[in-house]
Each structure stands twice: as C-alpha cells, then as structure tokens.
Design a protein around this ligand. Structure first.
Ligand code: SF4
Length: 274
C-alpha cells in the first residue's frame, strides 16, 4: 500500500512547493549544503511563509551563498534587519557562518558528519551532537542570547523528534530520486523519519506508531515500522506520505467527507474498524 502511495506521488510538482526545492537550484556541493541547512532550519510552520523567508535570505546572499559566507562582515551587512519568527539576523548569520567554517575545516558538511558518524561508531545521535556542536561553536551560536539561538540548530539530545535535522539528513543522504539528493555518503538505513505532529497522527492512524507523544521515541518507532517494508531505506516513504494532500486536514476519525480521496484509507484503522 505504501509503495502505491509512493508510486502515485508526483515528485517534480511537489518538490517545487517544498523547502527542498531551493537546494535543487544550486550546482556546487558547498552551495547545496548551505542552502539545505538553511531551508531545513526554517522548515516549521506555514510552508508559503517559510519559503518566502528562505528566498529572502538567499537573495541577500547572492548567487553563491557559500562564497558570500567567506566574508563574515559582508554576510552580516547583507542580513541586516532580517527577522523570521524566533530568528533574527544574528541567528541566521551565526548558523551560516558556522556551517561555512565547518566546510572549510573538514572539506564539506557531509565529510564532517561522516567523520563524526565514524567517531561515534555509527550511532546517529552522538554523531549529530558532535556535528551540531562544531557548527554552533564555529559560528558563535552558543554565545548568542534569545530562544532563536537555541531553536535554529538545537541540541539533538533534547528529547524532541529532531524533525528539521532528520529532514536535512533525508535530503542529503537518501539516494537521488528527484527530491532527495544523495550527496552525503552515509547509509540510508541509519536515518530516522522527520516526525512532526501531522506525520505522527498519520502513523498512529495507520498502526505504525503506538506512542502518544510525537517525540524522538515515536520517530524511532515509526522508522522501525517502515524498515519492516524497506530495511535499507525506511525514510523513502516520508516525502510521499507528507504530500498525501490531506495530511494536514486528517480528522483522525471516520469522516466520509474529509477522508474522501485519502490515499491510505484502505489501511487506516478508522476505516478498518466497524
Ligand atoms: S482515511 Fe481519514 S482518518 Fe484515515 S488517514 Fe486518511 S484522512 Fe486520516
């Protein structure tokens, strides 16, 4: 059933309405990494609004964001006055300068993560703690005040689902399929689904998650359920599921009007029960 949902997903059309669409507009690995990090860190709330803000940052940085970030003073001037929800110009500048400095230190963000992954014996969370910590230190995020400094690139051990980090990893690690780019040489089997409240609700409706809170343990549980279908690449189903169309409006009950046309209705527990 999930393979059918995957087969019916119009990836090209959906990609353009998704933050990952920005990453496909750049050619060099350095630019793609910077843009993917930016887009994933902004990936919460209204998608139209967040895409407009990502576009604003990219316009300010010019045709090659990675090149622009070579000049910290110029970057800070370019971002002057920028504001998006919890983030202000200081948070965005520190995030991106930290990323660029890590690229220069290790060759690429992907190489830095691969090194951290090896150093953590293939354990994802400790590797991310090391990788995120390096970026935060190099960019000075740790020295900034305000909730935006913690939220823009949070500690992966915080207990939350790490949705935005998992989204970034899915984009950069999963094999290229028109949406994900397959740029970082890590095993897709190590990835965890980018869980948010909508995907959590859908996972519960499909009997793939039993936990009630949409945190890290639920993300692991959903990933394990999907790994039963494809152990080598469990997060392959994330994009098609999140673009089902009614995910945001799912009533989580048997509602003939609102469930009309739902692609997973045949396996939804609300329709299986009498
Ligand atoms: S059939 Fe209805 S309740 Fe079930 S997942 Fe689809 S929209 Fe949600």
């Amino acid at each position: 059933m999930l393979r059918g949902v995957e087969a019916r997903c119009d990836r090209a059309a959906r990609r353009e309405a998704d933050p990952v669409g920005f990453v496909h507009q750049y050619q060099s690995l350095a630019d793609q990494e910077i843009v993917a990090l930016l887009a994933s860190c902004f990936a919460f709330g209204n998608v139209k609004a967040l895409r407009a803000k990502i576009a604003d940052v990219l316009r300010r940085l010019g045709p090659s964001p990675a090149e622009s970030l070579e000049d910290a003073a110029r970057t800070k001037r370019a971002l002057r006055g920028f504001k998006h929800r919890l983030y202000d110009e200081r948070h965005v500048a520190a995030l991106l300068l930290g990323a660029r400095r890590l690229q220069r230190r290790d060759g690429s963000l992907g190489a830095a993560l691969v090194g951290a992954f090896a150093g953590a014996n293939g354990e994802l969370v400790p590797a991310l703690v090391e990788w995120v910590g390096a970026m935060r230190r190099l960019g000075g995020l740790d020295r900034l005040s305000g909730n935006g400094a913690a939220h823009i690139l949070p500690n992966p051990e915080g207990g939350g689902a790490n949705k935005r980090l998992m989204l970034l990893l899915r984009w950069m690690v999963r094999p290229a399929d028109g949406v994900d780019l397959g740029l970082w040489p890590l095993p897709p089997s190590a990835l965890v689904v980018p869980l948010d409240v909508h995907l959590h609700k859908l996972g519960r409706n499909l009997g793939l998650v039993t936990r009630k809170a949409p945190g890290w343990k639920s993300a692991l549980e959903l990933t394990r359920s999907l790994a039963a279908i494809d152990p080598a690449d469990p997060t392959r189903f994330d994009f098609p599921l999140c673009h089902l169309g009614m995910v945001q409006d799912c009533p989580s009950c048997r509602d003939p009007v609102r469930c009309e046309g739902c692609g997973v209705r045949p396996i939804c527990r609300h329709w299986a029960e009498n």
